[in-house]
Write a protein that binds this ligand. Structure first.
Ligand SMILES: NC(=O)c1ccc[n+]([C@@H]2O[C@H](COP(=O)([O-])OP(=O)(O)OC[C@H]3O[C@@H](n4cnc5c(N)ncnc54)[C@H](OP(=O)(O)O)[C@@H]3O)[C@@H](O)[C@H]2O)c1
Length: 262
């Protein structure tokens, strides 16, 4: 474990997947952490493991969609571990949506967690960061936010909204000493990704590899962090692909890639 004291990180979605792996990686770097998740038993388990490794950790069960509850939890955690210097907003849900079952209640839920949940988390830490004129907001979006994927319509919309939100707050916060990083992971082997009914094996990276990218993003504060590297190329191609070609590609890929009808 390195001896240098690192900035205190608030990590949402810490109990599972990418958040959990990143908490373990940050503990190895002597990073004080405030952990939030809605899954109490799993959160207690990871917090216990980190404390057993000697890490400075406090945890609170909270749902990021509950603005007041979350703000109260963040205030309590900051009292325990010190002012929050980095927010790593990882909490999110993955949903499959296809035409014609557009399931707007699920769209609402997905937007509430993936977009509003991150906005609530930012809101809870921002006054302190602005007052200190120092801070770093790291929001975990997705490659699915770059184009509308026809098997994850609501998820794509939520992540596209998040990418735009983070981009929008970036210049004004930079002037106030706060940096913003938008993270877009490709496929990571977590419950969220392995539960998608793909027809063929999909190349996924391990959560530990994703955690290494996130730790680097916290240390280097880039505007964007897209991984793995080959996803950067796919994204650039997808982003600038003409709409007609994208539509044709999705009509071809969709039925071959997934066990869903659309
Ligand atoms: N895995 C991928 O391939 C992939 C790719 C691109 C982007 N991402 C993004 O990366 C982030 C982490 O995903 P993951 O794959 O690690 O998923 P995960 O294994 O399902 O972990 C997500 C964590 O967030 C928690 N959470 C969900 N909703 C919450 C809420 N309302 N309040 C508080 N905590 C909440 C979950 O708790 P529960 O277990 O109780 O739901 C879980 O502990 C997400 O934002 C996801 O969209 C993942």
């Amino acid at each position: 474990m390195s001896a240098e004291r690192k900035p205190t990180v608030l990590l949402t979605g810490a109990a599972h997947g990418i958040g959990r792996a990143t908490a373990l990686a940050l503990a190895d770097r002597n990073t004080p952490m405030a952990l939030i998740d809605r899954d109490g038993p799993a959160l207690a388990e990871i917090a216990g493991e980190l404390k057993a490794r000697g890490a400075t950790v406090a945890e609170a069960v909270a749902d990021v969609t509950d603005r007041e509850d979350l703000a109260a939890a963040v205030a309590t955690l900051a009292e325990a571990v010190g002012p929050i210097e980095v927010l790593l907003a990882c909490a999110g849900i993955g949903t499959l949506t296809v035409v014609p079952e557009l399931d707007t209640p699920m769209l609402r839920k997905t937007l509430e967690v993936n977009l509003l949940g991150v906005a609530h988390s930012i809101e809870a830490v921002l006054p302190g960061m602005i007052e200190r004129r120092r801070g770093h907001i790291v929001g975990v979006a997705s490659v699915a936010g770059y184009r509308g994927f026809p098997w994850m319509i609501s998820y794509s919309a939520s992540k596209a909204g998040l990418i735009a939100y983070l981009e929008g707050i970036r210049p004004g916060l930079r002037r106030r000493g706060v940096t913003v990083t938008t993270v877009c992971p490709g496929f990571v082997r977590t419950q969220m990704c392995t539960s998608v009914p793909y027809q063929y094996p999909v190349k996924m990276i391990e959560p530990e590899a994703a955690a290494r990218h996130l730790v680097r993003a916290i240390e280097q504060r880039p505007r964007n962090c897209i991984f793995p590297w080959d996803m950067r190329i796919s994204l650039a191609v997808l982003k600038y692909m003409p709409d007609g070609l994208f539509d044709r590609l999705m009509r071809w890929v969709g039925p071959r890639a997934l066990h869903v009808e659309f």
